[in-house]
Design a protein. Sequence first.
Length: 224
Amino acid sequence: MINIIMIEDDIEIAELITEYLLLHNIKVTNYDTPDIGLSALNIKKFDLLILDLSLPDMDGLEVCRLVREKSDIPIIISSARSDMSDKSACFYMGADDYLPKPYESQELLLRIHSILRRVNNKPIEEEKKKAFKLDEDRHEIKKNNEMIYFTNAEFEIMAYFIKKDGFVVSREELLSNVDAINFDSTLKSIDVMIGRLRTKIETNPKQPRHIISVRGLGYKLVNE
């Protein structure tokens, strides 16, 4: 998955961009103040920066300059400021592209892929489609875009598997991290719940291809 950092103080715009790009296997982490965004760039690795110009406490041009002094990360300026002097200054400071607001989300997506393809000197490959998608806000899990209905405990277990993204999960880990599981539950009861999950998500529960048993360790989700 492509990881993008965005510094944008308009939360509504940030949420719209984040939701749209996530549909195309691009994860966006937004910071609404430049100082926190700059700190994040110093400690985390991102593939690209989307930067607004009109920010609190520090102008986006200064942010661009500070980023370029320390990093060669691709920078797309996303701004309502359309004056030619601003555009010229952005490219002078090291920006790779300038996208005036308002714009279509699809155009942003095309520019992201174009820049990363050029930077990496190879096509950006789409990540394999995930079979299961989790929406915690709506308390929903879909398999291939079809809703699956779970009990509360089943939902939380399945959500935990999805968030662990293919890593092995032990029974003890589930007992400790899934609130809906009774604290007094036994390891055997976890196996029973896994069996119920398999009846709901597997084509053949006796030959599971999604929730796989890992001998001596626990279970893992194959999300494809």
